[in-house]
Design a protein around this ligand. Structure first.
Ligand code: SAH
Length: 214
């Protein structure tokens, strides 16, 4: 069997296990079944690209597990007409690619310059034209492309940043791994006329969200 066949076998298995784990949104499942995850992983770890775990991507950072990418994407697109999304924490770019097929435009911010540059080049070579990569501090968001229908944070803050809430559209939503007293919970936040509504969804483990650029 060629490497390509092995990858597509593993990808099929990954999709069926996502279904077993409760991922029901068919758009998310269809999209994830078309993106080869091993492209985003260092060659030495590629054999594990379709496993359940988060994996190292260099610079002390990780690519989120397939389940977390699917779960967060599913939570983001529950509402209608989700066009414009902001991602905090580009990392290796895999989540951004999934988002690029669910939304018209993806803006993604990374604070580690070499990682930002590496991923920007990868996304360009893969021809993802609706993803805009930004080098910056996600705590500031990116007002220029806002307001956003949805914001996804893939690094864990200990507060929900006000600046990000202010860049959400009315009825917009945010999915984030919030650090509450040392343990992380995945939250879905809705920005409604009556105020901000927060719902706890899952226990999670993300890298911390850090301030400033490096
Ligand atoms: N979405 C990524 C997950 C990357 S891990 C993927 O699919 O691979 C989280 C990323 O968030 C790391 O690359 C880390 O450097 C970045 N990060 C942490 N704090 C940040 C901040 N304040 N602004 C932007 N990026 C940040």
């Amino acid at each position: 069997m060629s490497i390509k066949d092995i990858s597509s076998e593993k990808l099929k298995k990954m999709i069926s296990s996502l279904k077993e784990q409760g991922i029901t949104n068919t758009s998310v499942l269809d999209i994830m079944s078309t993106i080869q995850r091993d492209i985003f992983i260092e060659p030495a770890l590629r054999a594990r690209a379709y496993d359940f775990d988060a994996l190292p991507i260099g610079f002390n950072q990780t690519i989120s597990s397939p389940y977390i990418v699917a779960k967060m994407s599913q939570l983001l697109i529950e509402a209608d007409s989700m066009k414009n999304v902001l991602e905090i924490g580009t990392g290796c770019g895999y989540q951004a690619c999934v988002l690029s097929k669910l939304f018209e435009r993806v803006t993604t911010i990374e604070r580690i310059e070499p990682l930002y540059l590496k991923t920007k080049n990868l996304l360009k070579s893969l021809n993802y034209k609706n993803i805009l990569s930004i080098y910056g501090d996600g705590f500031d968001g990116y007002k220029l492309n806002g307001p956003y229908d949805a914001i996804i944070m893939t690094a864990s803050p200990s507060i929900i940043p006000d600046k990000l809430i202010s860049q959400l559209k009315p009825n917009g939503r945010m999915v984030l791994p919030l650090n509450v007293n040392g343990s992380q919970k995945l939250y879905r936040v809705k920005n409604t006329k009556k105020g901000i509504f927060k719902k706890e969804v899952d226990d999670v483990l993300f890298v911390p969200m850090l301030e400033g650029i490096v």
